[in-house]
Design a protein around this ligand. Sequence first.
Ligand code: HEM
Length: 432
Amino acid sequence: MPLARAALRWSLGHALPRTVLRRAAKQGDLHGRMFVATQSGDWAALAPVMDELRAHAPFYRGRFASVTVDHAAVRAVLSNPDVGARFPRVDSGHLARLLAWAMEDAPLGPLTPPSLLVTEPPDHTRYRKLVSRVFSPRAVEKLHGRTQQIATELLDQIDPRSPVDLVATYCSLLPVTVIAEILGVPDRDREKVLRLGAAAAPSLDLGLSWTTFRHVESALGEFDEWLAQHLDGLRRQPGDDLLSQLLAAQEDGVSLTDVELRSTAGLVLAAGFETTVNLLGNGIALLASRPEQRRLLAERDDLWPNAVDEVLRVDPPVLLTGRMTTADTEVAGAPMRRGSVILALLAGANRDPGVFPEPDTFDITRHNAREHLSFSAGRHFCLGAALARMEGEVGLRTLFERYPEPRVESGAVRRSTRILRGYERLPVTLSP
Ligand code: HEM
């Protein structure tokens, strides 16, 4: 039976959408063409589709969704109270029963309730309040020194004379070490957490193959099992980490059920490294190929924070986010019926020429780079934005100050995930 349930989940969530979107692409539907173009993780494939979508601003009305790449419209979608991140469940009839049956043993994932990403107020407010304090700019500032120390230690272990994959040795290890310390994950478990996080990364994507889908579900299941054990350990022996604090709040009866706790903790942990790894890798690749921008940074180190935002603008770690209207409404002047699906392309908003002149140019002195929407906007605005910016700055700056002229070797490979965008492998010689 578990296999039959999984097969149904895959058929409805992946096989069916993949077939209809591919067919729509052949008939010229831009949403379908965008789906096909995201297969490679390569910007060059996506750019022409983005340009065509832009010609339909504020919204391209596709067969299955309205799609926007317009900066103001993306912001309006994400801030509208009648546009939600929760996709309402079918709650009556045969289909509802079938879906409920299929979901009975589905593993917890980033897009499965009660994940923060797909929850709306009042529950969303309750979960977020419990964790947000730990990630405030003031709290993050206190982690600066330790992050610097981790970055230096990681670089100490790399031989700069031969090519090294910086994703495996640096970009992935820096954020996982920081978030693991915040959450009280012991050293011995970090490799496992990293492996499971990478295996589960396609869980944000639509249209997975059966094999990938099975791997993803198995990784999510193993991750949840590990998390349950880890939380049990912290219940017996609490530390001064975020998870121990959440457990204490739970015991006071204020707050989270068991499943809410595992979902929130799992999301914060995974989001804490699966995205920042891309910020670091994308930043290294962009800066390594632009000596004039590196020279500017060497002369004016006050430009580092802006450089990090410009990396986030030009090569954002998250491509898009989806929403559904919960009432008849108007968004950016466009009428939307209740139940309309909207895709907000963060990467498209970041290249809106009305906001960012010469949007394809990577310019670390761009005065409004910080207006990118790579961390989303509105009530789901990234909880870890301050942490990610700090890790991005420390990670890139430490590397480029020690090795001012790194060379990216052949063999760099982009990740195959559609939503999370970055490098799978980035071979670099640090001291050519
Ligand atoms: C460069 C790195 C990062 C990027 C680009 C990024 C991007 C995003 C985006 C786009 C969203 C909102 C998705 C939506 O609106 O549907 C989001 C939400 C979230 N992020 Fe990040 N993120 C990054 C790093 C982090 C880190 C380090 C953490 C660790 C705390 C984190 C934790 C979260 C959480 C918990 C949410 C859910 C917030 C909510 O739904 O209320 N992120 N992130």
